[in-house]
Design a protein around this ligand. Structure first.
Ligand code: NAD
Length: 474
């Protein structure tokens, strides 16, 4: 299977997707090794994971270029890969305490002679299916806590961005005890579909359409599915906000990584009294943004990682314009050296019947709606099938929190945008079509990979059937 380079448009890499039999064989190998892995103490697993973190750190000079070729962007690939070792070390540090706290022993119950102790039993094999927008982060975000829980893990990253898999697998191979329980495989949608029937727990990050299929297949296989799907994140800018600061936040939160982030700001609602100043500042700042072209080491945003997203974004912009939207700046995808680029695009006069307001957009596009009444802004922000995250900007944290508390989303950034990409410690749920299952952030990011088994000890006399004789109750 050919893989396209997003900077050149050339198919310059190949993978051999695993078929269903190969997935089953790899799953069997990992599952067989899992009991020994689970029998280690969390501290022992943590020590092995720290060895892996060191191996990844040493391999960054190989991994970062692969990730850069996958995604067409340099600096973010560096941040993405370089953050992984510390992410592993953080879980290695936190997991033993969380596992300990999750296994209370000798708990008294409502019956004085019965005490209980709880055991956390890891799922045997966790399957991870991940997307292309942050290929390495999203391949590992669920896998690392699952490993710390004592599960074996099989990961299938996106076929759009598979170049980082081989150098990362070299690091796995360099830690033999980990290699028995962790594998990253190359494959496409069919490989992903085969993962579901071979896993005991499935973690999926990707689109709603595929997530729905994965969720249905998981239900049929009677396994839990953690689904992290799309978003259409709104930002509400209150009347007391500084329009210049708000414009800087809206711009960055909408266009970083070329807008290819689930938690990108995709709709802006600004109070009328500051709307002119806000739009003027947003236009000026948007026009100062430079493409990473021709030099990848210069500028702010790179090409679309996946060519189809460029087409989809252009069609959403064109549809909006045909329905009356006005382009303040940007608006046309450019082919530069074979890569598809879009300068930050600001739209006004957008309406709720436009796809740019209703459907997810993975481009650097900022549709702006001006509101007179904040109640209307809240209603419009909540008028979405998605409920991933949102942002509120105000001079008053108190006022911002009042609005934030009324948004149907699992995470709200206040006086910033897209903070979920930076905050891993606090739990958050995905509302609506944005996902299903326990939070991947915070303690539940680890604890969801366990089932609880309670041992109930009777120290007194066991009840006799005579106690249940009907005569006793009359
Ligand atoms: P996608 O749904 O097209 O693909 C995701 C993965 O699913 C890929 O690995 C793909 O090979 C696999 N797949 C395809 N068909 C499958 C099937 N039938 N069964 C099992 N697996 C299958 O998504 P994408 O285009 O790669 O990613 C972009 C999407 O991901 C966006 O919607 C974005 O919002 C979402 N996303 C969500 C989060 C989050 O945390 N909520 C984070 C990043 C991205």
């Amino acid at each position: 299977m050919k893989v396209v380079n997003p900077r050149t448009g050339e198919a310059d890499y190949e993978i051999a997707p695993l078929n269903a039999d190969a997935v089953a064989a790899e799953a069997k190998r990992l599952r067989q090794a899992q009991p020994d892995w689970a029998a280690k103490t969390p501290q022992e697993r943590g020590d092995i994971m720290r060895q892996w973190a060191d191996a990844i750190e040493a391999a960054l000079p190989k991994i970062i270029p692969a990730l850069t070729d996958d995604t067409g962007r340099g600096g973010i690939s560096m941040i993405e890969a370089a953050g992984v070792p510390d992410q592993i070390r953080r879980w290695a540090e936190r997991a033993p305490k969380l596992i300990d706290a999750g296994q209370p022993t000798g708990q008294p119950t409502s019956h004085q002679t019965i005490t209980t102790s709880t055991q956390l039993v890891p799922y045997r094999l966790v399957g991870v299916i991940s997307p292309w927008n942050f290929p390495m982060t999203l391949a590992l975000i669920d896998a690392v806590p699952a490993l710390m829980a004592g599960c074996a893990v099989l990961i299938k990253p996106s076929e759009v961005t598979p170049r980082f898999i081989r150098p990362l697998m070299e690091t796995v191979a360099s830690v033999p005890e980990l290699a028995k329980v962790l594998s990253l495989i190359e494959g496409d949608g069919a490989t992903g579909a085969a993962m579901v029937g071979n896993s005991d727990f499935i973690c999926f990050t990707g689109s709603v359409a595929t997530g729905r299929m994965v969720g249905e297949a998981a239900a049929a296989a009677f396994i839990p599915a953690s689904l992290e799907l799309g978003g259409k994140d709104p930002m509400i800018i209150l009347a007391d906000a500084d329009p210049d600061k708000a414009a800087a936040i809206a711009l960055r939160a909408s266009i970083v990584n070329t807008g290819q982030a689930c938690q990108s700001i995709e709709r802006v609602y600004v109070a009328r009294n500051i709307a002119d100043d806000f739009l003027a500042a947003l236009k000026e700042k948007a026009e100062a943004v430079q493409l990473n072209y021709p030099d990848i080491k210069q500028g702010h945003i790179g090409p679309f990682i996946f060519g189809k997203q460029a087409e989809l974004t252009q069609s959403q912009i064109d549809q909006a314009v045909s329905k009356g939207a006005e382009i303040v700046t940007g608006g046309k995808v450019e082919n530069l050296g074979g890569g598809q680029y879009l300068r930050p695009t600001v739209l006004t006069k957008v309406t709720t019947d436009m796809d740019i307001i209703r459907e997810e957009n993975f481009g650097p596009v900022i549709p702006v709606t001006i509101y007179d009444d904040v109640e209307d802004a809240i209603a419009q922000a909540n008028d979405s099938k998605f409920g991933l995250s949102a942002a509120v900007i105000s001079a008053s944290i108190e006022e911002a929190e009042k609005v934030a508390g009324r948004l149907n989303v699992g995470a709200v950034s206040i006086n910033d945008g897209s903070l979920t990409g930076m905050v891993w410690e606090a739990e958050k749920s995905s509302f609506g079509y944005s996902g299903l299952g326990a939070s991947r952030m915070g303690a539940s990011g680890l604890l969801r990979f366990f089932r609880s088994r309670v041992l109930m000890r009777q120290s007194g006399d066991a009840a006799q059937i005579a106690s249940f004789a009907e005569e006793n109750f009359s």
